[in-house]
Design a binder for this molecule. Structure first.
Ligand code: SF4
Length: 387
């Protein structure tokens, strides 16, 4: 996201919490299972704050617009320790936006009503709760620690205590019926939730599901079933008047995740914590991306260690802007991308862009370039053809 010369640069912070009570068999996120009574709550906050001090020079001239505590399961983090991290982050910036968005990812198995209230009192205005399904057979298949009753109760409690609540829903489980998925959507919305991220179950290689699938021991839904479930979600949420503002995200009016929109628009973000990724612009056509040490114990000992770094030049910045921006309903903003990349987004891909526009895969409207929603099932291929 661009800012006027002399104005602070809008910047988000992502804090990764690298532990979960149990590793789900489909999950390839950077997270380790942990006995909850062994979590180093305060030492982890200390490490995050040490990393933040190390980045102080990079934070000059920036305005903090959102903080997202993701994971892993940050609802396992003691609220006092999380609050200390949040306060440290806010103090590290020259300016904090008046309507800063602070989100914490939670699991139903580690969130009580009291906990939700304490998080709100600590400055958290939004919870993102990993429900995944409201069918007990699907929850067992996914290796989740909660059942559907607990999931509904958690969403209702969260909505009673925190102004904004989102939940994740997964689709594509073997044998999943369209009407059962539709019922899940209705029951979720009835709890008061105003934002849903609906993701297809994907089989990742380095997971238990990946090994079982390779060995022919895991059944997955056929391709066309994924498409049917995706389109069913589109119809149901559209009927509710919600906006599918990104390929996997639906929101009631005004409930879009500002943190994620900032990211999809190519905004600057700082990653803190084990395995966190950050990317900061360093001037037109120049950005720096890093990934932190992913092993939690090593991160605790040395929180300023980068496991990977990458310099992004003009063409990489344009490619990222296309990949992320075209996932959103609004699309990619051409002028902003031109300014950030110091390069015209059309340069070197004129033919590909013009062909996609002719086929109706892309719509060029003023300063915006977008993929129409009825082509979103082919989105990955459309974007790939531009490179
Ligand atoms: S709770 Fe979430 S982050 Fe943790 S293992 Fe399961 S899917 Fe992955």
């Amino acid at each position: 996201m661009s800012s006027e010369p002399g104005q602070p640069v809008p910047t988000s912070v992502y804090v990764h919490f690298p532990w979960c009570a149990r590793k789900c068999p489909y999950c390839d996120f950077a997270t380790e299972p942990v006995k909850t009574n062994t979590i180093p709550h305060e030492p982890y906050t200390d490490a995050v704050l040490r990393e933040l001090s190390f980045r102080a020079a990079d934070l000059q001239g920036r305005e903090l617009t959102s903080v997202f505590f993701g994971g892993g399961t940050p609802s396992l983090w003691d609220v006092k320790a999380l609050k200390r991290a949040l306060e440290g982050i806010e103090q590290a910036f020259d300016r904090v936006s008046d309507d800063i968005e602070v989100t914490v990812e939670c699991n139903p198995s580690s969130l009580s009503r009291r906990h939700a209230r304490e998080l709100h009192e600590a400055g958290v205005g939004r919870l993102s709760i990993g429900v995944q399904s409201l069918r007990d057979d699907h929850l067992q298949f996914l290796g989740r620690l909660h059942d559907s009753k607990r999931a509904v109760a958690t969403l209702e409690d969260a909505c009673a205590e925190v102004p904004r609540v989102s939940t994740d829903l997964m689709f594509g489980m073997p044998g999943q019926q369209l009407d059962a998925f539709g019922t899940d959507i209705e029951r979720i919305v009835a709890t008061g939730v105003r934002h849903v991220s609906a993701y297809a179950l994907t089989i990742e290689e380095k997971t238990l599901f990946g090994s079982l699938h390779k060995a022919g021991k895991l059944r997955v839904a056929p391709e066309d079933r994924y498409a049917d479930l995706f389109e069913l979600a589109q119809r149901r949420f559209t009927d509710l008047g919600w906006n599918q503002y990104e390929v996997s995200n639906y929101a009631a009016e005004g409930e879009e995740s500002r943190h994620n929109l900032h990211y999809w628009r190519g905004g600057a973000y700082v990653g803190l914590g084990a395995a966190a990724v950050g990317c900061l612009d360093r001037g037109p056509g120049d950005a720096f991306r890093w990934r932190n040490e992913p092993i939690p114990q090593r991160y605790l000992a040395q929180p300023t260690h980068h496991s990977e770094t990458e310099r992004l030049g003009p063409d990489e910045i344009v490619r990222e802007a296309l990949m992320l921006g075209l996932r959103t309903a609004r699309g990619m903003h051409l002028a902003t991308t031109r300014q950030r990349a110091d390069q015209d987004p059309w340069t070197g891909r004129e033919r590909g862009l013009e062909l996609a526009i002719q086929k109706g895969d892309l719509v060029h409207n003023g300063d915006w370039l977008r993929v129409p929603k009825d082509r979103w099932l082919k989105l990955d291929g459309i974007v790939r053809d531009l490179f």
